[in-house]
Design a protein. Structure first.
Length: 277
């Protein structure tokens, strides 16, 4: 039986290079609304132009999740589906995927997984799904492996602004306002859609050092985990962080750098960095 993996665009995953001919792949795009304009979070959109738009606009910016149809618009009974979404606390994407499963003629052939996170964390779950499929594991075992992998994921971020998160109700506005007034940069962690601020820094280099410090505190399997760094407009910082992680943990399995697409760029804001592992 063939498989198809569908992720939402918060994964930043825009290609199917991980897959083979027996594993289909597609992305369900979220949408960012800037006043009357709509930006579908697809690989065709220009991230730099989008960032310029949202940093200068006086219009209200909001987001909307994919519809159930975006997840399973062309169902085939011979295919088993794995739907992976951004944390349900951060978006309605998971609920849309769950509705798509309920509306399917064979819901037993559909796994819906709330990643509990975003960005590289979703891609790491895609990797786990591909590995389990290629091993020929039963569908229920694939689901079990994905849930175990999700529960083991960690996520560290460094942001120069919390305004987008605060304005969307995902972070307390008083703290975001204080950060802006003091020109501080924040380092934090996330799990199950809950955001925790751990440190406050004055400089970009302090952000890099702080992220590495948080990794050292949280990483129990330092030489085993794949890692993905996601960046917004600051590739140089992302590559510096990659070098520092490799210097600290030279035997890690893999570490990749990804540009944030529209949704993650909106919430992380310019110069935001996220490390999933």
């Amino acid at each position: 039986m063939d498989y198809k993996i569908i992720v939402d665009s918060a994964s930043n995953r825009v290609d199917d290079s991980l897959l083979d001919e027996n594993i289909g792949y597609s992305v369900a795009p979220l949408t960012i609304h800037v006043g009357d304009k709509e930006y579908r979070d697809t690989k065709e959109e220009d991230v730099a132009a989008f960032l310029d738009e949202i940093t200068t606009t006086k219009e209200k910016v909001k987001t909307s999740c994919p519809s159930p149809r975006d997840y399973l618009s062309k169902r085939k009974d011979s295919v088993r589906y794995i739907l992976i979404t951004i944390a349900s606390r951060l978006s309605g994407s998971f609920n849309s995927a769950r509705l798509a499963k309920e509306q399917s003629e064979k819901p037993e052939n559909v796994i819906v997984l709330d990643s509990g996170l975003t960005a590289g964390a979703e891609e790491l779950l895609v990797k786990e799904a591909v590995s389990s499929i290629k091993q020929g594991l039963p569908f229920e075992k694939i689901k079990e492996n994905l849930e175990k992998k999700r529960d083991d994921l960690d996520f560290v971020f460094g942001l120069s602004s919390l305004d987008a998160l605060a304005n969307s109700g995902r972070f307390p506005k008083p703290i975001a306002l204080l950060v802006r007034k003091l020109h501080r940069k924040l380092i934090g962690t996330a799990k199950d859609g809950k955001i925790s601020v751990k440190e406050r820094k004055h400089s970009r280099d302090g952000l890099l050092q702080g992220r590495l410090k948080q990794v050292e505190k949280r990483d129990k399997d330092r030489n085993e985990k794949d890692r993905i760094i996601s960046y917004t407009g600051n590739k140089e910082d992302a590559l510096k962080l990659k070098d520092r992680v490799l210097n600290r943990y030279p035997n890690i399995r893999s570490i990749e750098v990804r540009e944030n697409r529209l949704l993650c760029s909106f919430y992380a804001s310019k110069d935001g960095l996220m490390l999933s592992y």
